[in-house]
Design a protein around this ligand. Structure first.
Ligand code: HDL
Ligand code: ZN
Length: 414
């Protein structure tokens, strides 16, 4: 029987040495300058840390939002790293980034740390980050209704090949009829009601953006109250516009379910929360659209188990990631262990959700550590049955979890 220590080494090597293809981020290529976040001040003003700071600081929301980004970063550093122990996952992440980049934090002096990130070095940090994170590529979140981003696409801006696309359609699905004017202003004959012409024109809008950005999948985030089917515009747009276009182009529809937007508006992007969602809707949408492929991640821990069971029932459903409030070591371990036990190799354990380039370094370092721990246990359990575990088998499993399973699902013809 292969010794547990040997298996542990095989798993550690395989997980560390396998390049990850990160299937969901909010990153942009260096050419999308106005949308790039990459340095220490961007890291510190990540919305997770804003929420944590405003719990410990006595500053008012107005006073915080009235600061410059540099002042906000200084206040967050002082509050979370100097006056308090940086114990949260988001704080630890920043220290992991700095450590992996060889930056000394012993002085706890933000000014000294800032000097490692001159604006002129941005491009070099792109290459260094992908290399340190061992990441082969990331999938962006591309919103054609964001005027700043749209301008880059319509002007033919060059896109670094490491940056793949995903067509994000929250507003099309959730903000009808209010969004109809924005779509109409782009030259599509749509109106507030989902009448015949509007349906055809929404499909044409989707088709145009599929052709323009060549997405790997179409995505939307949904609230805990989302139901499918429902007697509302969201279901009609899904059934009459989105799912037909996705089917025609063999594109998965990524359903990211469970976010309650703007629970505390004073926190802006940091103000979203989580709610338990309806798993029956996932079963129904997969079962009634057997020629569509669906990716799904759910934000509530309570939905994790039933989502993994749902994936066992629908071969057109790919479960992915420990999303957002689940992206913490304790919950990544619990979730990944349970998913391997229920799904074996056929799921994607993690995505980074990175918004700031350097986050790739910590989000993947932390997740790889947990994945390696769980995968070691599972292969040791296999060896205990007398199964002759091989190093190739371990390497193949790691490659599947970090890139292969996603690619297989993208390529799959249903
Ligand atoms: O809707 C989403 O894609 C979420 O990931 C949100 O962007 C969220 O603010 C986030 O960044 N989570 O990590
Ligand atoms: Zn996201």
């Amino acid at each position: 029987m292969v010794p547990a220590a040997t298996i542990a080494q095989w798993v550690k090597n395989a997980v560390e040495q396998t390049a990850v293809h990160d299937l969901h981020t909010h990153l942009f290529p260096p050419s999308f300058k106005k949308l790039v976040l990459w340095d220490i001040d961007d890291l510190l003003t990540y919305h997770y840390l804003i929420a944590e700071t405003l719990r410990l600081s006595d500053i008012s929301y107005e006073a915080y939002w009235g600061m410059t980004k540099a002042q906000q970063a200084q206040h967050i550093w002082q509050t979370l790293f100097v006056e308090n122990p940086p114990l949260s996952e988001a704080c630890r992440g920043i220290l992991t980034v700095l450590s992996k980049l060889g930056i000394d934090t012993s002085t706890r002096d933000l000014g000294a740390i800032r000097r490692h990130f001159p604006a002129s070095e941005m491009q070099r940090f792109f290459d260094r980050t992908f290399q340190v994170a061992n990441c082969s590529g990331v999938v962006m979140t591309n919103d054609p209704l964001d005027p700043v981003e749209r301008e880059y696409w319509q002007s033919g801006t060059e896109v670094d090949p490491r940056f793949k696309t995903a067509l994000r359609i929250d507003r099309i699905l959730l903000d009808w009829p209010a969004v109809a004017k924005d779509v109409s202003d782009l030259g599509y004959r749509v109106s507030g009601d989902i009448s015949g012409q509007t349906t055809a024109e929404v499909r044409r809008f989707l088709e145009d953006w599929v052709k323009r950005i060549k997405p790997l999948y179409v995505a939307c985030s949904l609230s805990p109250t989302w139901r499918y089917p429902d007697d509302n515009v969201t279901t009609r747009i899904l059934d009459q516009c989105v799912l037909p276009v996705a089917r025609e182009h063999n594109l998965p529809m990524a359903l990211m379910v469970g976010v309650t937007r703007g629970t505390n508006p004073q926190l802006r992007l940091a103000g979203d929360a989580v709610g338990k969602s309806d798993i029956t809707s996932i079963h129904r949408i997969c079962a009634t659209n057997p020629r569509n492929k669906f990716m799904c991640t759910m934000l509530a821990r309570e939905n994790t188990h039933e989502l993994a069971v749902a994936a066992r029932k629908h071969r057109n459903l790919l479960v992915f990631g420990c999303w957002w409030f689940l992206n913490n070591p304790s919950l990544i371990e619990e979730t990944t262990r349970m998913r391997i036990e229920l799904l074996g190799p056929s799921f994607v354990p993690q995505h980074s959700d990175a918004r700031v380039l350097l986050q790739l370094i910590y989000k993947w370092d932390h997740s790889r550590t947990v994945l390696a721990k769980v995968l070691t246990d599972k292969f040791v359990d296999l060896a205990a049955t007398g199964w002759n575990v091989t190093q190739n088998e371990v390497t193949s499993a790691a490659k599947g979890y970090l890139a292969g399973q996603f690619q297989r699902f993208i390529d799959m013809k249903i």
